[in-house]
Design a protein around this ligand. Structure first.
Ligand code: KG4
Ligand code: ZN
Length: 334
């Protein structure tokens, strides 16, 4: 079986081919138009997807050495995401499905981040999944393929959003998560004490208070020293990263212990964060748990994760017709 996967939920136009022999290609066209605005502009994202999707799919097929007629089924991100962006990928996939008479499979982007772990590995069920991206922060108990029970999620900002918004306050380019990660490596995480919201209880997260705390902190410090940010950038980045990753790792470990689960799976763009990886390694893996983290390219948005999730659904016979509908939020799923 050969599956063509398409991802267009946010600001990456991506296509990948996954088959019985594994991943055959994985192409990403990242949109740079948003950098000047410090965040994704939905209208510009849709236009950029429309401009590049055809060439991106063609490149993914060419790199996999697969002709369009050899594709057995097509998987496409159905949601959650920006509606205009989702529609571009979905309409392209529907056209491809009709033209080549192949089934279409709608893929939940959040699930796909988790199943990215199956590209190079085979995590055993049950496991606890921590999905941390620009739009979501979520802990789930996954008992079997596609049997997910939500344990908790963020009440406001996602972890990646916190990195991006705080990075913007520091004058860093968008997306600020990877930039803060780089600066944090040269800093001391214990320099400044930032809030670790809701760390003592449950599985819910909240990161908007951290952003506000950092804003007031910077305003105050800059009054006394206009060069404060440039003088302490590495220490600020390390201290902020510490506050965010501490909450994530403590709650992940709590979920594992309370549910008697011995396997943890990380997913989403923030799973690329080196301080989070280091803490999970030290405090979860070295405590005896099995830990899976996708390689960097499969952490941030990509189509390989869409293709493998569609492949897994196809193997279960979960094929759909061309009436797959997009949903901007998980709660709008029909
Ligand atoms: O999963 P993803 O590509 O897109 C969403 O589905 O949201 O995640 C993007 C997010 C952005 O907020 C970005 O700043 C963050 O992941 N990110 C990082 C790192 N790499 C990407 N955050 C912290 N450290 C990183 N190394
Ligand atoms: Zn994502």
């Amino acid at each position: 079986m050969i599956v063509l996967g398409i991802e267009s939920s946010c600001d990456e136009t991506a296509a990948a081919v996954y088959g019985d022999r594994g991943l055959l290609s994985n192409v990403i066209a990242s949109q740079t138009v948003h950098e000047q605005f410090g965040g994704v502009v939905p209208e510009l994202a849709s236009r950029a997807h429309h401009k590049t999707i055809s060439a991106t799919v063609q490149q993914a097929l060419a790199e996999a050495d697969v002709a369009p007629g050899e594709v057995d089924c097509i998987g496409v991100t159905q949601g959650p995401g920006l509606m205009g962006s989702l529609l571009v990928g979905l309409c392209f996939a529907k056209g491809f499905s009709l033209a080549h008479d192949v089934p279409l499979i709608g893929v939940n982007h959040m699930n796909a981040h988790i199943y990215a772990n199956f590209i190079d590995d085979t995590p055993a069920y049950p496991f606890v999944a921590l999905t941390v991206s620009g739009g979501h922060t979520r802990l789930e108990l996954v008992r079997a393929a596609f049997q997910h029970k939500k344990l908790g999620e963020t009440r406001d900002d996602a972890a990646g959003e916190a990195f991006d918004k705080i990075g913007k306050l520091l004058g860093l380019s968008y997306p600020a998560g990877p930039v803060m990660d780089r600066h944090a490596k040269g800093g001391d995480p214990s320099t400044f004490d930032f809030p670790q919201a809701m760390i003592d209880q449950g599985y819910e997260f909240s990161f908007s208070g951290l952003k506000t705390a950092v804003r007031y902190f910077l305003d105050e410090k800059r009054e006394a020293d206009s060069e404060f940010i440039s003088n302490y950038l590495a220490d600020i980045c390390a201290s902020v990263s510490h506050a965010i990753t501490e909450v994530l790792v403590v709650k992940l470990k709590r979920a594992l212990e309370n549910h008697g689960i011995d396997t943890a799976v990380l997913a989403g763009g923030v799973a690329a964060n080196s301080m989070l990886r280091h803490k999970v390694d030290e405090r979860v893996r070295q405590a005896g748990y099995r830990v899976y983290i996708p390689k960097m390219a499969y952490c941030t948005d990509n189509a390989a994760m869409i293709a493998i999730t569609a492949y897994m659904k196809a193997q279960r016979g979960e094929m759909e017709g061309v009436d797959v509908r997009p949903y901007a939020r998980l709660s709008e799923r029909q």
